[in-house]
Write a protein that binds this ligand. Structure first.
Ligand code: AMP
Length: 284
């Protein structure tokens, strides 16, 4: 695996790999877990050459968020990626990615201020800006993102469509711990007690799914059922719980075909997210 720390190094290898077939890309912020590795495995299956990136992107963190303490496990991450057969790792510094005086942003208007974008102002602007920069530097044919960050995936798909970026976006399923907690680099912040409370996100989603499977289609009733479960967990504080259209991200009153249920909550000081799709087989 070739490790490239500069943009020039990453670009200098593009000629060589251009002839070798489809080029897959998995962007990450490191502190890798099975969720990240599932994206790498999908990339290996669907492309001849695979690049990953590790970059803790400062512009997607708010001033009072966890940028400084975000887990950084570079040596271990390199081993994991090497073992998966990744060909290139792009791991730039913040100075390399954001030259002094950089003032250009990519914003997906109307979507970037919803859900996580509402509670984390500027977060999605940071995400779409860095992902578009990474696409320009790495120039992949196909890029892999987790459904874990469902809203992020919606924004990236829209950005790629709106800006005619020549890259195919693939969404990959959420990888979970045995008790349902979605894997996340931020799970490392949780104390043993908090780790138990953290399952409440998934339990809330499951309760909503249960009512949906029983035929309930009113989103307010589904949300009330979910909130009842959430409120039984004293260690958790709700940021948002929403049932939305998976493309427009607009809240729906009733579900006709499919909807995305998205939750964000604080467990102690750790903010976690999870989501699930509700899909109805009913023809309406
Ligand atoms: P991050 O390092 O948190 O920025 O995540 C990098 C990529 O891994 C994103 O596309 C995430 O959606 C994806 N990812 C993170 N956790 C999971 C998970 N539990 N299952 C599937 N994909 C994930």
């Amino acid at each position: 695996m070739k490790i490239c720390q500069t943009i020039a190094e990453m670009r200098s290898d593009q000629g060589a790999r251009a002839k070798t077939g489809r080029f897959g890309f998995v962007p990450t912020m490191g502190a890798l877990h099975e969720g990240h590795l599932s994206l790498v495995r999908a990339a290996k299956k669907q492309s001849e050459v695979v690049a990953a990136s590790i970059f803790v992107n400062p512009t997607q963190f708010g001033p009072n968020e966890d940028f400084a303490k975000y887990p950084r496990t570079f040596e271990r991450d390199c081993e994991l990626l090497k073992n998966e057969g990744v060909d290139f790792l792009f791991a730039p510094s913040a100075e390399e990615m954001y030259p002094k005086g950089a003032v250009t942003w990519v914003t997906v208007e109307g979507l970037s201020d919803k859900l996580c974008g509402r509670s984390r102002p500027g977060h999605f602007r940071g995400v779409t800006t860095v992902v578009s920069k990474l696409f320009h530097i790495v120039e992949p044919d196909i890029a892999f993102f987790g459904q874990k960050d469902a809203v992020q995936l919606v924004l990236i798909r829209r950005m790629v469509r709106d800006l005619n970026m020549p890259v195919e976006i693939v969404g990959c399923p959420i990888v979970r711990e045995a008790d349902g907690l979605a894997m996340s680099s931020r799970n490392a912040y949780l104390s043993p007690e908090e780790r138990k409370s953290a399952t409440v996100l998934n339990r809330t989603l499951k309760e909503i799914r249960k009512h949906f499977d029983q035929g309930e289609r009113s989103t307010s009733k589904l949300l009330s059922a979910g909130i009842k479960i959430f409120q039984q967990e004293p260690g958790a504080r709700l940021d948002y719980l929403e049932i939305i259209d998976p493309e427009s991200l607009h809240a729906a009153r009733t579900i006709s075909k499919e909807a995305l249920v998205a939750i964000a909550a604080y467990i102690g000081t750790t903010r976690l997210i999870d989501n699930g799709m509700l899909q109805s087989n009913l023809v309406v």
